[in-house]
Every structure is written in C-alpha cells, then in structure tokens.
Design a protein around this ligand. Structure first.
Ligand code: DQA
Length: 147
C-alpha cells in the first residue's frame, strides 16, 4: 500500500523555524524517522512538501485510486483551506492530520481546523513523534478497513 506524506507551507524550514515551538528536527530528519517507522509494515511512503495550496491539491488528486492513505501536516492551511479539505474528501483516501505543536494551546486562530472533519483523526502537540504516531494510526486504520 502506498501512503502519501504531505508537508505543507513553511515546513521546509523545520529545524530553523521557531525551534522553541516546532523543535530542532529538520524535514529530512522527520522523513527519515517515518521511513524507519514504516519498515515493519507493507507500506511504501511517498514524500511531498509544498508551500503552494494548488500544488498540494494537485498532489492529492494524483493520489486518487493509488494511495491507500494520506498523512498530512497542512501547516497554516489547516485553519482556512476549504480547497484542501475538499480535495481530501473528493479522493476519499483515509487521511490523518498531524501537527508538531498543540494547536489547541496556541493562538485562537489555530484552534480551528477545517481539515479535521474530513480526517480520520488528528494528532497534535507531540512534536516530531506525532508523525510516527500518525503513521501507526493510519496503517492500523487502513489494515482494519482491509484496503
Ligand atoms: C502547524 C501548526 C500551524 O498552526 C502552523 O501554521 C504550522 C505548523 C504544526 O505543525 O504545529 O505551520 O501545522
């Protein structure tokens, strides 16, 4: 099974970007950890990062009928991209939403996710480890669903 891992805007700067909030791991570190965590499972990870809403939507569309799951940190798009939310529901691929920080403990405008209602679930506040947790949860969901 193929799992599409999407990192949204500004996440290419991880490690250098507000490390007190987002930690010191780089995106490459996180992808490496994910690849390691995926090893025991019959899944293949496909990594994608973009700072552009339309590119993220195109990548989700390209996964239609191919990917068994999507692991996504939509970055700031979490809070307002109805277009990314619609792309996820259009392809009906099980999706897990991940955030490094606890979005519910931060500024008011980060408390709401427009993605959450179309996701299987959300993991928020566990830093880089959240991606591994999200991957495990997604693989478990896919396996139980039998796809
Ligand atoms: C984030 C939280 C968002 O509010 C923010 O815009 C990000 C990163 C997180 O991983 O904690 O870019 O998604």
């Amino acid at each position: 099974a193929q799992i599409l891992v999407i990192h949204g805007p500004n996440l290419n700067l991880l490690g250098r970007r507000e490390p007190q909030i987002y930690g010191t791991a780089t995106l490459e570190d996180i992808n490496r950890q994910l690849a390691e965590a995926a090893r025991p499972f019959p899944v293949e990870l496909d990594f994608f990062q973009s700072n552009h809403e339309g590119e993220i939507i195109d990548r989700i569309h390209a996964a239609f009928g191919k990917a068994a799951g999507i692991l996504i940190n939509p970055g700031a798009y979490t809070h307002y991209s109805i277009a990314i939310r619609d792309a996820i529901s259009s392809v009906s691929i099980p999706t897990v939403e991940v955030h490094l920080s606890n979005i519910h403990a931060r500024e008011e405008f980060r408390h709401h996710s427009v993605i959450a209602p179309v996701a299987v679930g959300q993991i928020s506040g566990f830093g880089e480890y959240g991606y591994t947790l999200g991957l495990f949860a997604l693989v478990d969901f896919i396996q139980r669903k039998g796809t």
